[in-house]
Design a protein around this ligand. Structure first.
Ligand SMILES: Cc1cc2nc3c(=O)[nH]c(=O)nc-3n(C[C@H](O)[C@H](O)[C@H](O)COP(=O)(O)OP(=O)(O)OC[C@H]3O[C@@H](n4cnc5c(N)ncnc54)[C@H](O)[C@@H]3O)c2cc1C
Ligand code: SF4
Length: 283
């Protein structure tokens, strides 16, 4: 089925994929809560758009979760570990969670306003990180030398702490390896190749897990800091949202952070949440 959507000043062909073999070199659309605004604002461009909702699995079957499952489905399913359920419940608004899928959440772009307003910053291929010298209260406190954006996904942090694995149409990989820090040579923040589709996620059941989130409002806000912790057989993994350009697996102490002049408060927030998350696992 084909139709057309408007992309800033141009028409964009929309097609529904009916099989994995049916994927052209196109943009993929799931719930559209992230991609449609990016297209409208000219931040993402393409010749054609493929709706992948008929070919991406969506159910929850024990440890295996279809990438097409919505956050609303995940937040209330008892098969889903607590940290992931809570990360979904605390994300966005009920309407967005009803439309937004797991796959789309993992691949959302930065909320850095310089990037969203199309400033020619390093993540857009330019020479400068405007946030480092400018407004960076909500930005990264780890790995922020090149680009100081803060990864906005609560869900990705939970999956990294849970040691989850992704299956795509081409490979299997730990969720942590879906992400890469942008650099001078390669500005991308994910390792997903063109034409690669996330199909499902395997989430091992931990002994216990928890997700805690500090945000500007009680509801419908991206994480200032999100902390996911999962403990299995005495080993605890902690991963953070909102503190680095990618979901951040904590290897050592939050004291290793390198905050910018106006976001050092995030170090204290992260320390407090890590302490509380570990206490919750001990309780
Ligand atoms: C106002 C607002 C507040 C929000 N607050 C939060 C929050 O607090 N915490 C949080 O974690 N998130 C938050 N989000 C993000 C929200 O959860 C995502 O927009 C949503 O989950 C994206 O899913 P989607 O299916 O709509 O993705 P789409 O918009 O359809 O796609 C997003 C991207 O993922 C790609 N994609 C989608 N599925 C696949 C797949 N299976 N394989 C390969 N590529 C794929 C698309 O090509 C596109 O590049 C917020 C979003 C908004 C707009
Ligand atoms: S933090 Fe990253 S996205 Fe934001 S201005 Fe700097 S380079 Fe661009």
């Amino acid at each position: 089925m084909r139709s057309a959507r408007r992309q800033r000043g141009r028409r964009l062909e929309l097609r529904r994929a009916s099989s994995l073999e049916d994927l052209e070199d196109s943009l993929f659309l799931a719930g559209g809560t992230e991609l449609v605004p990016l297209l409208r604002n000219g931040l993402v461009r393409g010749e054609s758009l493929v709706d992948i909702r008929d070919i991406v699995p969506r159910g929850i079957d024990g440890q295996r979760i279809g990438a097409g499952a919505t956050l609303a489905e995940l937040e209330c399913d008892p098969q889903v570990p607590e940290a992931l359920r809570e990360a979904c419940r605390l994300a966005a608004s009920p309407q967005l969670r009803n439309m937004g899928t797991l796959g789309g959440n993992l691949l959302q772009s930065t909320r850095c306003w310089y990037w969203r307003l199309n400033w020619p910053c390093r993540l857009h291929g330019g020479d400068e990180c405007f946030a480092r010298e400018g407004e960076h209260r909500e930005h990264a406190i780890f790995a922020n030398d090149f680009c100081a954006s803060a990864h906005p996904s609560d869900v990705a942090a939970a999956l990294v702490a849970l040691g989850a694995t992704l299956r795509t149409n081409r490979r299997e990989l730990p969720v942590a390896e879906l992400y890469r820090l942008p650099s001078e040579d390669d500005r991308r923040t994910t390792t997903l190749a063109d034409g690669e589709v996330i199909l499902d996620v395997d989430v091992p059941a931990p002994g216990r897990s928890v997700y805690l989130k500090a945000m500007e409002r009680k509801r419908w806000a991206f994480p200032i800091v999100g902390v996911a912790a999962a403990r299995t057989d005495g080993t605890t993994r902690v991963a953070l949202a909102g503190v680095a350009p990618i979901p951040w697996l904590l290897d050592g102490s939050v004291d290793a952070a390198t905050p910018l002049p106006r976001n050092a408060y995030k170090v204290d927030v992260a320390k407090a949440l890590v302490r509380r998350a570990e206490a919750a696992l001990d309780a």
